[in-house]
Design a protein around this ligand. Structure first.
Ligand SMILES: *Cc1c(COP(=O)(O)O)cnc(C)c1O
Length: 494
């Protein structure tokens, strides 16, 4: 057989890298919606590699075959573009990673890269673990990380149990993240990273991101932001100086709700006192090719493709759902059975001003109907029902359209009571710190017409006036044979 030689592959890889770099530079000139729709996939790639398929194919394959031993050797040494084995990489995964890296860097010249994971929790673990290294000069000293106390329930468990209780790494909690002095007091030489959610789920806590970044960078410490609730349609922390963003891609990014997925998006050359030069140069690439190769929290090609499809419409969806959320929040604020509504979009919210400095609908100034920068606040809100916690449960149990589920970001409205679901593992004291009382209902507004969402809320709240709602359930699912078919039972099907 005619050996091509390893040089042949290295040369071809150089030409391909130059082509892709050019292509990427072209895409970066386009607007957010265009990036979201096309990502890194091109017509040339469709024609040359994918039989012209205009939609990115789903590569349901464990591994890649090589032309010969030279190509295999170069590939396994990561010297040529390759995906090798789906625990490490896969073309469907690349398409998702490519678009998320573009969107989180949009509107800036910050160089970004992305690593997709099996879940948001895996993304958080992937993002934080590489920093949790001892100081080589003082290997016995306890290390710590500084994070806002108001974090997602799963993150709370990962930090409080897996990191602090099991590994002895101290979680220094910032109780009032709006107060920059609190962050400052907690950071010391043994702090490995600074962490926060913007906004937090479910409490919608917010902090001054630029100040926290300045402070952390003065100490040479990276800032990691969970930006799941905002999405890059409203906030892009990397463009403001943050080092790493984590996304539960499960949520608003993949609104259809077909599956669980996550992502780490990082800036090139991030700030850190610990870690190798390779890690700091391109954190996502490092995590993908080394720790995650060894730990295996990878995303399946199917889930990557499903997420990719939803992301195409991100901006307009977030706009519509934010507007509906505002309408719903105003309605709830005026309701006699509602004690308090927390929505960052409401002027009465103590963090409204601060959030308004950061949460902007991307490209509103280029939108035909707006033509100016516009604040949008996402589709997460919560409200507290007056009276005992039982009253909140009565209202919750009376929803007929709003799904009772511990979910977020869906195209359908969903609601939960965090104290008995997502935050049930925490004790009363911790829930108090995170401001999650038992009468709080978290509502994530879907893309239904807001009139219908309000109608469902109205009927549910009327239960507190003694109005009963009664549900009758069908004995068979709508997914079964239709009644029209059953009516034809006279005709013999045999
Ligand atoms: C859901 C969620 C996570 C965890 O994501 P999974 O995909 O469920 O693992 C992390 N952060 C926030 C803010 C979330 O809402």
């Amino acid at each position: 057989m005619d050996q091509k030689g390893i040089e042949h592959y290295l040369e071809a890889a150089k030409r391909a890298a130059a082509w892709h770099e050019n292509h990427l530079a072209e895409i970066k000139k386009s607007r957010f919606d265009t990036m979201a729709v096309h990502g890194i996939y091109s017509m040339q790639e469709a024609i040359d590699f994918n039989q012209g398929s205009i939609i990115e194919p789903i590569y349901m394959s464990t591994a890649q075959a090589f032309r010969d031993s030279d190509e295999m050797e170069a590939a396994l040494a990561y010297k040529i573009p390759t995906w090798c084995y789906s625990r490490i990489a896969n073309p469907s995964m690349y398409y998702l990673e490519g678009v998320l890296a573009l969107l989180e860097g949009y509107g800036s010249d910050v160089e970004t890269s992305c690593l997709a994971t099996a879940s948001g929790m895996a993304a958080i673990q992937t993002a934080v673990d590489p920093f949790l290294l001892p100081d080589p000069e003082n290997p016995t000293e306890q290390i710590n990380f500084v994070s806002a106390a108001q974090v997602y329930g799963g993150t709370f468990q990962q930090f409080a149990i897996r990191k602090e209780k099991e590994l002895g790494i101290k979680w220094r909690k910032v109780i009032n993240p709006g107060n920059i002095e609190e962050w400052e007091k907690l950071i010391d030489n043994n702090t490995r990273f600074v962490y926060g959610e913007l906004p937090s789920n479910p409490g919608q806590s917010f902090f001054d991101l630029k100040k926290v970044i300045d402070l952390s960078h003065q100490h040479n410490i990276p800032v990691i932001i969970d930006s799941t609730v905002a999405t890059p349609a409203l906030l892009r922390p990397l463009t403001l100086g943050a080092d790493i963003v984590v996304q539960s891609v499960t949520k608003t990014l993949s609104t259809s709700g077909f599956g669980i997925s996550g992502a780490v998006i990082s800036r090139k050359n991030l700030v850190s006192k610990v870690g190798s030069p390779e890690m700091k140069a391109d954190f996502s690439l490092y995590a993908k090719t080394l720790p995650n190769r060894d730990n295996g929290p990878n995303i399946s090609p199917m889930n990557a493709s499903l997420a990719l499809n939803d992301i195409r419409t991100l901006r307009s969806r977030v706009d519509v759902q934010s507007r509906s959320s505002m309408t719903v929040a105003r309605y709830l604020s005026d309701h006699k059975h509602v004690e308090q509504v927390d929505y960052l979009g409401l002027e009465s919210h103590p963090l409204h001003r601060l959030a308004s400095d950061y949460m902007w609908l991307v490209d509103a100034e280029h939108d035909e109907q707006y033509r100016q920068p516009l604040n949008r606040y996402g589709h997460l809100l919560s409200f507290r029902v007056k009276g005992s916690p039982d009253k909140a449960r009565d209202v919750f149990d009376a929803f007929s359209m709003i799904f009772r589920a511990t979910d977020l970001g869906r195209i359908k409205s969903v609601a939960t009571i965090p104290a008995i679901s997502t935050h049930s593992q925490q004790d009363e004291e911790d829930r108090k710190k995170s401001d999650i009382p038992p009468n709080l209902i978290r509502l994530c507004v879907g893309a239904e017409h807001p009139d219908d969402i309000i109608n469902d809320l109205e009927k549910a709240l009327a239960v507190l006036d003694g109005k009963k709602v009664s549900f009758t359930a069908p004995e068979f699912s709508a997914g079964g044979a239709s009644s029209a078919l059953l009516r034809r039972k006279g005709e013999d099907s045999e």
